[in-house]
Ligand binder design. Structure first.
Ligand SMILES: [Zn+2]
Length: 403
């Protein structure tokens, strides 16, 4: 240990003496976290229930780097930025658990006590040399990486509540071809309890349906995409999921006018008929007139029968290749393959709607598959499936199996 690192350790020790902390192990990493068990914003934000979400993240960061390798685009090690790092759980884990892939990890937080804990965790895992700590407001930190600067290969925005105030700066700080991931914990807003708030924060309307969580994720991708288009950039969704109050969305960021135009074509709407539970995706052009909102499933619906969610990301919300790469490095069920069919059906809600008992999901899948309809489960809801079967056919299967 050289005199400089002895000095640093002394400083950390002094700062630490004023903070009540304990150590925990998450993944392969020892972390120092505040004494409080429940998430608190101050003095140092750490959410122990976020462990699973961070486990999933580590696999996604790895899959991103491995994809670059497969494409011959891995030019040495990568940089990772956590602009709202809290006590540094995410960043320190990246430095410690993905040492051959990420060699510069930037941890930023406005709170001095959070940074003190993050520094201690980094030192304890022997990764302090590759961790760079700053104490700035998140956007001020991100914008130190302008077009002339060295943008980050991967950026993760993990705020308390909505990521909306940070997406502009985060997109600007991500390299061409880099990966941006964001969290949102304002579940009630994204799931349609506060539609006005969603319109302000996500530029689109949510809808309280059985697939409200998918709408929420599409609103997040929609916001990212609509923000990126302002400066001729684009996004491509790689992966998304939610866990309790946590929404997570991962995307590739690319810069260029033609990609930005292609992004624009992916912005659309989700339409839902509350009379019959029919749902569909519609492009902006399709929704140009009122008549286009007519439900295609119930002929006697009034023209205004379908309710509209959006504007939102109407394209694919995952890359099947990316998910397959994740599955190479993880046994987690969340990385099982899933079809791209939009707007899943929650079987218990559809059955309630039909006033029947909910059949077993495996039986329903078997019936739909044997009738030749592409059908998969979804990582977004364990009681739901995605199917190419028309709604009346799904309902007939449910009715038959519920007897
Ligand atoms: Zn209808």
């Amino acid at each position: 240990m050289g005199p400089r690192s002895r000095d640093t350790r002394k400083k950390i020790k002094k700062l630490m003496s004023s903070i009540n902390s304990r150590s925990i192990t998450e993944g392969k990493t020892l972390l120092f976290v505040p004494e409080q068990l429940e998430p608190v914003k101050y003095p140092s934000f750490f959410n122990s229930r976020g462990k699973y979400v961070r486990d999933v993240s580590i696999i996604c960061y790895r899959a991103y780097a491995e994809t670059l390798k497969e494409n011959g685009a891995f030019g040495g090690k990568l940089s990772f930025a956590d602009p709202l790092c809290g006590t540094g759980a995410r960043g320190v884990r990246v430095a410690n658990e993905l040492p051959d892939l990420y060699d510069r990890v930037f941890l930023n937080d406005i709170s001095p006590s959070s940074i003190a804990l993050a520094k201690r965790s980094a030192a304890e895992n022997g990764v302090e040399r590759k961790c760079f700590f700053t104490q700035e407001e998140a956007c001020a930190f991100l914008l130190t990486r302008g077009p002339g600067g060295d943008r980050f290969d991967a950026v993760d925005v993990d705020p308390f509540g909505t990521p909306s105030p940070y997406v502009d700066c985060a997109l600007r700080a991500t390299k061409q071809g880099g990966m941006l991931s964001v969290s949102a914990t304002d579940t009630a807003v994204l799931c349609g309890v506060y539609p006005k708030v969603a319109q302000r924060k996500y530029l689109g309307s949510p809808l309280r349906t059985d697939y409200a969580h998918e709408i929420g994720l599409r609103l997040i991708f929609g916001l990212l995409s609509m923000t990126a288009m302002r400066f001729e950039a684009s996004i491509m969704p790689l992966f998304c999921h939610h866990d309790m109050h946590y929404f997570r969305a991962y995307c590739l960021v690319q810069i260029g006018n033609s990609l930005s135009r292609q992004n624009e074509a992916q912005i659309g709407y989700a339409l839902h008929c509350f009379r019959c539970a029919f749902r569909r995706i519609a492009s902006r052009e399709e929704l140009a007139s009122e008549i286009d909102k007519t439900c295609l499933n119930c002929p006697n619906c009034a023209a205004s029968a379908m309710k509209v969610a959006g504007p939102l990301w109407a394209g694919k919300i995952q890359s099947q290749d990316f998910v397959a790469t994740c599955a190479k490095f993880s046994e987690l069920a969340i990385f099982k393959p899933e079809s791209d069919l939009p707007l899943y059906y929650d079987l218990s809600e559809i059955s309630d709607f039909m006033e029947i008992r909910t059949p077993k999901i495996a039986d329903v899948m078997k019936e739909l598959e044997s009738a030749g309809h592409l059908t998969t489960r979804t990582r977004l809801n364990r009681n739901a499936l995605r199917t190419a079967a028309p709604l009346p056919e799904l309902q007939a299967v449910l009715a038959r199996l519920s007897r």
